[in-house]
Design a protein. Structure first.
Length: 131
């Protein structure tokens, strides 16, 4: 799969605490603009603090924590305040499967590029293995 960086969209991501660090490093090799919460002083921060930081910085959150982030997304969406969105890795994707994490996000980015927009803006979506 060809990497998407360099396309029209300027997608930026923030990996939550429980997302693969090796996947983050490999995505950077593809030129993806991705930070980890630990790199920006949010290690151990509560989910609302992470959510609001990502909004201020224009970053899509990538997390495995749908239980906590989905309600945050729904509350903000009801207010109709725009935000970059949240992407969830499914629990069925093994944390140790770095390749699946990388390919899922690159596939999602390619899909967004074809659409010409961020499909999770002011919403959330699920990443899938094999995308």
């Amino acid at each position: 799969m060809e990497p998407v960086p360099g396309g029209r969209l300027q997608l930026r991501f923030l990996f939550d605490q429980h997302v693969s660090g090796p996947a983050l490093r490999r995505l950077r090799e593809y030129g993806v603009d991705v930070l980890h919460v630990g790199e920006v002083g949010l290690s151990g921060a509560d989910d609302p603090a992470i959510f609001h930081w990502a909004i201020r910085e224009g970053r899509v959150i990538v997390t495995r924590n749908s239980c906590d982030f989905a309600p945050l997304v729904e509350a903000l969406a009801r207010k109709e305040d725009p935000f970059p969105g949240v992407l969830f890795y499914p629990s069925s994707m093994a944390h140790s499967d770095v390749g699946a994490h990388v390919q899922a996000l690159l596939g999602w980015m390619a899909h967004a590029e074809r659409l010409g927009r961020n499909p999770v803006e002011s919403s959330f979506g699920w990443l899938r293995a094999g995308d």
